[in-house]
Design a protein. Structure first.
Length: 309
């Protein structure tokens, strides 16, 4: 199969939608990272996603919608979820709710819950609208690789495995959505992401942070190695130049990543990881961001990429 990158126009959106409607798989731009989409109501199409990505079948997928009013068709909406929906959706937030029967267990890794995200980007919105169905989509990388923030990144990982990549340019946010379990009375954060926890707390009260302790995972994605380039990742606390000097001595063939504004850092992080591999860099030395807002998601991704080096 020859994988084609398609520019953003209505003809191409229709072409990709018709592929997905027929049970096919295609990658598409969203404002966080590129997704690998399939009809969320078609179990054969869902299985193809797991195959293509090499993703463990117990790691559930996010269901993407074009509009918030459709959430109730697929999930039981709680009071706390309503607050999150009203304030942060559409956008870089995914909510976990108890699923309705229409969502197949194949999409949720066998769980009774479902993760739902409403996209903000007009390209993704138009595509989902054109499909006329919910679209399940993981990030469009090979499992364990950094998420793709440009169409070329998707091509680098999945060339020959999918027909189309719907190109929307570079993703504005560059990190995945924040995943919030909204089934209880309080929000539980399952994954740091595009929207900072402080913002969520202003609206929804104290947020509990879920920490994977090696047992049964509340969010199965947490237990797998993630976001890893081939280069080794090491990191130092924000502003700790003494540690930076020490780390520089550990390898001649290194690249230092520092001094970026948090939003720029988020936007560029996965691209930096991928470029370092293309340049044959051995060690990427990353300065951690200040631990607030999107900085928490940046630090989470750096530490996960460094884990198991
Ligand atoms: O920004 C994003 O979230 C991107 C774009 C494409 O939407 N998607 C993305 O999907 O990052 P993925 O599959 O790479 O990560 C989904 C995360 C995983 O950690 C998974 O375990 C968690 O969401 N998740 C999905 N369904 C869940 C559920 N029912 N309960 C708990 N966690 C769930
Ligand atoms: Mg992913």
């Amino acid at each position: 199969m020859n994988t084609k990158i398609l520019q953003n126009n209505s003809e191409n959106i229709k072409l990709v939608a018709s592929t997905i409607k027929k049970g096919g798989i295609a990658a598409f731009f969203t404002e966080t990272v590129y997704g690998l989409g399939a009809n969320a109501l078609n179990t054969d199409a869902i299985k193809k996603i797991y195959q293509i990505k090499g993703r463990p079948s117990d790691n559930p997928l996010i269901i993407h919608l074009d509009c918030v009013s459709k959430i109730k068709k697929y999930a039981h909406v709680t009071d706390i979820a309503k607050k999150v929906i009203d304030n942060f959706m559409p956008g870089a937030v995914t909510i976990v709710l108890n699923k309705k029967d229409i969502i197949p267990l194949e999409a949720t890794g066998g769980l009774d819950s479902v993760a739902i995200r409403v996209v903000k980007s007009s390209l993704a919105k138009e595509l989902i609208y054109e499909c006329g169905m919910p679209i399940c989509a993981p990030s469009a990388n090979t499992s364990t690789r950094p998420s793709p923030t440009q169409a070329q990144h998707v091509l680098d990982d999945l060339n020959g495995k999918i027909e189309y990549i719907l190109d929307g340019g570079s993703c504005e946010i560059g990190l995945e959505s924040s995943v919030l379990d909204c089934r209880g009375e309080r929000v539980v954060l399952l994954r740091h992401g595009g929207v900072g926890i402080e913002e969520i707390e202003k609206i929804a009260g104290k947020v509990a942070e879920y920490k994977f302790d090696g047992g049964a995972a509340l969010s199965p994605g947490q237990k797998y190695k993630h976001y890893s380039p081939k280069a080794k990742i090491v990191y130092f606390e924000h502003g700790d130049n003494k540690k930076l000097e020490e780390l520089k001595k550990s390898s001649i063939n290194h690249k230092v990543v520092m001094g970026l504004d948090a939003d720029d850092y988020a936007r560029q992080l996965f691209s930096i990881f991928r470029d370092a591999d293309k340049d044959g860099i051995d060690v990427i030395i990353c300065e951690l961001a200040i631990e607030k807002g999107i900085g928490k998601a940046i630090n989470n991704r750096i530490k996960k990429a460094a884990y198991g080096n």
